[in-house]
Design a protein around this ligand. Structure first.
Ligand SMILES: C[S@@+](CC[C@H](N)C(=O)[O-])C[C@H]1O[C@@H](n2cnc3c(N)ncnc32)[C@H](O)[C@@H]1O
Length: 256
């Protein structure tokens, strides 16, 4: 049987109205509005624990998406629905060499660090030491810090150190200001993706990308709606996150 190791994160799933992430420690008391119980010795994945109020809690392993919305936040972050598209449309692989600007709260850095395998690496830039400290803490807590190198610098002015990278991910207020730097750092065929809250930024940055030598550009917005599935009256949830960010992609080509 697959045992849970002390210090590993677990989800205690007692239904949509009662689920928690916590670190496993034998004897740790769990208090919830659905009753109280202690985490036992020799916990195994899939175990069922019963609270003082008779509610069953299933012990399951958190996924990357489970972590994202629980991170400590200092900035806006990428949401799981958008991260999936970023990974697929940049042809991310475990051995990819990736630059990201800025680190923000480290949401994307946590996910990338968990997916990367050496020689794959993430180089994460930010010019705000407070933001980067939180990003580092989140990667330390929920990711694999050995796969991330954090760099503190103003990327508009100083650009990036690395060359021959596969992917540059940009989440900055003025993305057009790093297009030339990204071009220098990418290998031919490499991907630049930038996130923008409004379409004026998208137009300006795409124009700059076109003039710099990027091709095969596309811009997408991901709309996701959860559904309630029940015996009678299945329907979409009333609430959804209407707009997060536009994501625009392009590939480095040679100048004609
Ligand atoms: C919205 S956050 C990035 C969030 C990140 N994508 C995440 O998933 O957590 C934008 C970050 O860009 C940083 N930033 C803004 N201007 C910058 C610059 N010139 N150089 C480096 N970082 C910059 C900010 O300090 C901020 O932390």
């Amino acid at each position: 049987m697959d045992k849970v190791r002390e210090g590993e994160y677990i989800i205690l799933w007692g239904g949509p109205d009662a689920n928690f992430i916590t670190k496993y420690k034998p004897g740790k008391p769990i208090h919830s509005h659905r009753g109280v119980f202690n985490l036992p010795e020799n916990l195994e994945w899939g175990d069922i624990l019963v609270s003082s109020k008779g509610r069953k809690f299933y012990v399951i392993k958190p996924s990357n998406a489970d972590f994202v919305l629980r991170l400590k936040r200092k900035t806006n972050i990428f949401y799981p629905k958008d991260m999936g598209i970023v990974l697929l449309y940049t042809d991310f692989k475990p051995h990819s060499k990736v630059i990201e600007a800025g680190s923000g709260s480290g949401a994307m850095a946590v996910i990338l660090s968990n997916l990367l395998v050496r020689p794959g690496r993430l180089f994460s830039y930010d010019n705000n030491p407070t933001h980067q400290r939180v990003a580092k803490e989140n990667v330390q807590n929920f990711g694999k810090p050995e796969n991330v190198i954090f760099r503190l610098r103003d990327v508009y002015v100083c650009g990036f150190i690395e060359r021959d990278v596969d992917i540059v991910i940009v989440d900055l207020p003025e993305p057009w200001r790093v297009v030339k730097h990204a071009y220098k750092s990418l290998k031919y065929g490499g991907f630049l993706v930038f996130a923008s809250p409004n379409i004026e930024q998208v137009k300006e940055t795409r124009k700059c990308m076109y003039e710099t030598g990027f091709v095969a550009m596309r811009t997408v917005e991901v709309l996701m709606r959860d559904w309630q599935i029940r015996d009678v009256g299945c329907r979409p949830e009333h609430e959804m996150r209407g707009h997060t960010l536009f994501y625009s992609f392009g590939r480095k080509a040679k100048h004609p």
